[in-house]
Design a binder for this molecule. Sequence first.
Ligand code: ZN
Length: 250
Amino acid sequence: MFYWRSSTHTDAPGGPGAVELRFTGRSAGRGTGPYAGLNLGGHVGDDAGDVEDNRRALAVELGLPRDRVVFMNQVHGTDVVEVDGPWVGEPPAVDAVVTRAPDLAVAVLVADCVPVLLHDATAGVLGAVHSGRPGMLAGIVGHAVTAMRDLGAHSITATVGPSVCGRCYEVPEEMARAAAATTPAAAARSWAGTPAIDVAAGVVEQLAEAGVGVRWVAGCTREEPDLYSYRRDGRTGRFAGVALRRSVTA
Ligand SMILES: [Zn+2]
């Protein structure tokens, strides 16, 4: 039994195989206590066996060998790496991966940060990006889009998954001002009317500036119990955005 919160398929007539873009939710999985549900994040204090069981369940659901679902070691940095198969050794410390490889699922883990799945179904190029506030300030989605174009992508669409909304992301005034100076769309007010940041709106603005079409998947992590939220719970799990291109089948 497995649970997808959101799932879309995109066929590319005459091109490579269909692209699948999905986000997980909590309503399945082996996690208990603060990790209750389908926690896919390692290094967050959860039982390593439970996390690996959940990751294995994800691979089974995708119909892939476990090692063909690749996770990053996310560090709130700006590096992008191309991946063409299972990692050899530990995953690299990056916050964006791009790939041309079929039957390889690239995954981004979040619990309030913005998960972005990028695809050009015709060119057969995919990307997965982790953009929290530092990633937005550094413009990591733009770096990932450039990396995809270097691999032959022309017409890129971004699917932006659930994240903490602007009303739920109160910050000190100086921090809000700095974010708005970099990316005006990130300016927000909290539910209490205090300075806040809408990271997703900032990321969407950056994607639009890069000439990328955007599809936004509904959901505020802090407000919806089916999503992990660091802001709400502190100690908690991570849900995933997963992008995959199937090899062409006869
Ligand atoms: Zn919210």
